[in-house]
Each structure stands twice: as C-alpha cells, then as structure tokens.
Design a protein around this ligand. Structure first.
Ligand SMILES: [Zn+2]
Length: 464
C-alpha cells in the first residue's frame, strides 16, 4: 500500500515539473487571456535554455535577469524563489541538500556579485558518497556536471541593469579532477579551496562563495572552467572530455538561433495548452497536434482522448491530458532541434533517412519563420508533418534539470504493423475532435484517437 501512494506522489511531482511553464503562464495571464510581452520573452528565454540542455549537449546558455527593487528577477521570481522551486522537483534528502546549497548560492550572488568579477558555481553529478546511483538517476542528478557563472550587467553610469548567467552541461569529468583542481593552490582561482568531503559532489558545490574570478581572466566563460579540469585527469578521461569541448567550438550563435526558433514554437504550444486548460476545452492548435499523431498514440493515450471527448465533439482538457500532450510536444520538438543542431547521438538513434526528412522540414520552417507573412497555423502544419515519423522512433530525449522525456507513443514494432495496414484500424462510430472538422458534431466513423476519416486523410496528405 505504502509503495503505491508514493508512486502517486512521484507522478504528481513530475507533472509539476513538466507543466511548470504552463503554470507560470497561467499565473501571469491577464483577465482577457493576454500576456505581458516581457513575461513572454522571459519565458521564451527559459525555453531556449531548456531546448539547448535537452537537445544540444554542446550548447552554452546565457540568460539575463533584470534588476529591480533591490533584486534580480525572472518573471516575478527572484533567484532565491527559483532556487527554492528545486525542492518541489526533488524527493530524496540527498537532492534536497543540493537545493539547500542552490538557495545559499542564490543569496550569496544577490549580495556579493561585484563589477568586473565572475562568480562561479560548480555542480558535479552525484557520486556514490552523495547517493546511490539509482537515486541520483531518479533525481536527474546522475549524469551531467553543470557549470554556471554570473556577472553583472551595468549601464554606462555603472548602475545595475541586471545580471547574466552563463551555463553549460558536460559529462565524464572525473570527480577527482574537480577535487584536485580546487585543491591546487595554483588553479585558475589562485587559491586552494577547503573541501569538506573529498568524495562528495555536494562538498564541491559548497565552495561556491569562494569561487570568484576576474572577468578578463575567463575570456571563454564557462568553457574555461571546464577546460581547467583537463590537467587533473588520466588520458582516457581527457580524451572523452576534450571530445565534448571540441563540439562546443561549433557556431554557438547559430545554435542559439535554432534554439530560439524551436523555443518560439514551444512557447506557442504552451500558450495554447494554458488557454485550453483555462477553457477546459482543447483549442484548435491542440486538437490538430493530436490529429498529427493519430496512429502513433499509445492505447492508453487513445482511451484518454476518447474518454474526454464530449457529445458535441469538443475535447475536455485536464491536467492529465495536458501532461501527456506536453511530453509528446517536447519529444517531437526536441528531436527536431537535436537533428537540426547535428546531435550525432540522436541522429544515430533514428537513422540518417529520418534525420534527412526532419532536416528538410526544419529548413522549410526556418524559411517561413524568417518571412513576415507567416501564420502560426502554417508553421504548425509543417511542424506536425514529421510528428508521426519522430513518434515511430519513440526515443527518450533530454538531459539537465528538465530530465528526459518520451512521448506516450505506441511501441515501434506495433506501430509498423498498424501503419502499414490502416484498414486494420479500429474505426468506430463517434464524434471527431478536430475543431475545423466539416462533420463537426455529427456521428461519423472515427479512428483510434477520435479523428474522422475526412480529417485523417488531410493529416495523411500533410505527412507525406
Ligand atoms: Zn473530422
């Protein structure tokens, strides 16, 4: 019994994490359903970082927090509020201890960040001394080391506009390399740090208040901190870490531009989901997204859709459905972002042929996005075209604090059979959920996720 209630809680936690941007939008929404443009651009910036962390492991992220009323802000949240939100997403005590350090660090940066200096925060992945591997994995703290640096953004008169935070994720740096770097009196910080427990990542994190460095001594930003570990590891580890650092030498500006495009499409979807949750009924964009994946959804997802279809063909929206749609949207967008950025690990998983198709689709979208008269519908239609293709690979993608995400799609072998024999689909009498359906509200033949034959043929055309 006890295990069961705990499982339930975990689901709720991951729900909170995955719908966190939707929750921010809901909180910031005005009475008429519109948003402050500054809020949207700050959420967009957050999503850009999330795209990079999930899909482009060799990307550096930079975010800006505005200074007002004596603190730095992202939306209505101070860095301390943001750090405190970590407690919501972590369950194990060993992870909460890291959240404690995150909160301390946020306070320290708020007070002690000086002009011309970087403050550095190193959060290595958990070691055995911090927590068993399966606990670390569950808390999304088992694989990546995160490095962050903060610096002040000053105007010409020296007044504070805000602060910049640059961050990166990297793997394979041995824990001993971090420890030996920080112990070395001749390290880039020009001092030996006192580390409580030599084997603990938590102890490395706790050195943050002392990690300060002149801006001019760190021309490569966070990457210079990662590079500084290279002399403290054996040849085998060095090759692994160097190979990642070489990837970081790519065109970071181009990577940023692509991540901005993907994040813009993601933000549009978050707004649609927020609107749908607020109305209690799925919007046109949301039902089109469901339609674009008809034939790919898992049995559970098909029943969830059917159970929420009303007598007049509206689709009731609730948190459970929103959560599954959000996971599917992340999965399809992140795979597209990864392919576009040349993330070889993801390309190998889905094969070059699929990658080429996604790539040409993404190029079409980029062209459309750079022209003025493009509607969100046009972008969505093209974006939806590769959804079934991506779903058919059913891969898990993601990293960093967002964790990895898999869509609620059918297992691929089953899907193959399903798609090849569309006559085997279970067509039954029902009402189509597509908002713009010609048969709106009438009883017609519908497929597994409540899309009628007519609408389905339109999606099939788009997907070919
Ligand atoms: Zn229809």
């Amino acid at each position: 019994m006890e295990t069961k209630s705990r499982e339930k809680l975990n689901n709720y936690d991951s729900d909170t994490r995955i719908l966190s941007e939707v929750d921010h939008l809901y909180r910031r929404r005005k009475y008429d359903g519109s948003y402050d443009s500054r809020d949207l651009s700050e959420i967009h910036e957050n999503l850009v970082t999330a795209v990079k962390e999930a899909a482009v492991p060799f990307a550096v992220s930079t975010t800006h927090q505005e200074y007002r009323d004596g603190s730095f802000y992202w939306l209505d949240q101070s860095p301390v509020d943001v750090a405190m939100s970590g407690y919501k997403f972590h369950e194990h005590q060993s992870a909460s201890k890291r959240d404690d350090v995150e909160v301390e660090e946020a306070i320290d940066v708020g007070i002690n960040l000086k002009p011309g200096k970087f403050k550095v925060f190193i959060s290595p992945r958990m070691t055995d001394s911090d927590a068993p591997y399966d606990v670390a994995k569950k808390e999304h703290l088992a694989d990546d080391d995160q490095i962050r640096i903060h610096s002040l953004d000053l105007d010409e008169s020296g007044a504070i506009n805000g602060k910049y935070m640059q961050s990166m994720l990297i793997r394979d740096i041995p824990h001993s390399a971090w420890r030996d770097l920080l112990n070395d009196p001749n390290n880039i910080f020009n001092k030996s740090l006192n580390i409580e427990d030599d084997n603990s990542a938590l102890s490395i994190m706790k050195t943050h208040a002392e990690l300060e460095i002149d801006e001019e001594d760190l021309p490569g930003g966070v990457l210079d901190i990662a590079r500084a570990t290279l002399p403290y590891m054996d040849e085998e580890s060095r090759q692994k870490v160097q190979a990642q650092l070489d990837l970081f030498d790519c065109d970071q500006e181009e990577i940023h531009k692509q991540a901005e495009n993907i994040a813009a499409r993601w933000l549009d979807f978050e707004i649609e989901l927020t609107q749908s949750l607020s109305d209690g009924i799925a919007s046109k964009t949301v039902t089109n997204f469901i339609g674009s994946l008809s034939g790919s959804w898992s049995d559970e997802m098909n029943s969830l859709i059917k159970n929420n279809t009303t007598f007049d063909g509206s689709l009731n929206m609730n948190r459970q459905l929103a959560l599954e749609l959000e996971k599917a949207k992340r999965n399809t967008l992140w795979v597209s972002a990864a392919v576009k950025a040349g993330n070889q690990e993801v390309i190998d998983k889905i094969g070059q042929k699929s990658a080429d198709r996604i790539l040409s689709n993404e190029d079409n979208i980029n062209n459309l996005m750079s022209s003025k008269n493009t509607s969100a519908d046009q972008i969505n239609n093209i974006s939806n075209q590769t959804n079934n293709l991506i779903a058919s690979h059913n891969i898990s993608i993601g990293s960093g604090c967002g964790g990895s995400v898999r869509g609620s799609f059918s297992p691929s072998e089953k899907l193959e059979l399903f798609r090849n024999k569309r006559e085997n689909w279970q067509w039954s009498q029902g009402i189509c959920i597509i908002s713009a359906c010609d048969n709106k509200g009438q009883i017609v033949l519908v497929g597994p996720c409540s899309i009628c034959v007519n609408c389905q043929s339109k999606f099939d055309l788009e997907g070919n």
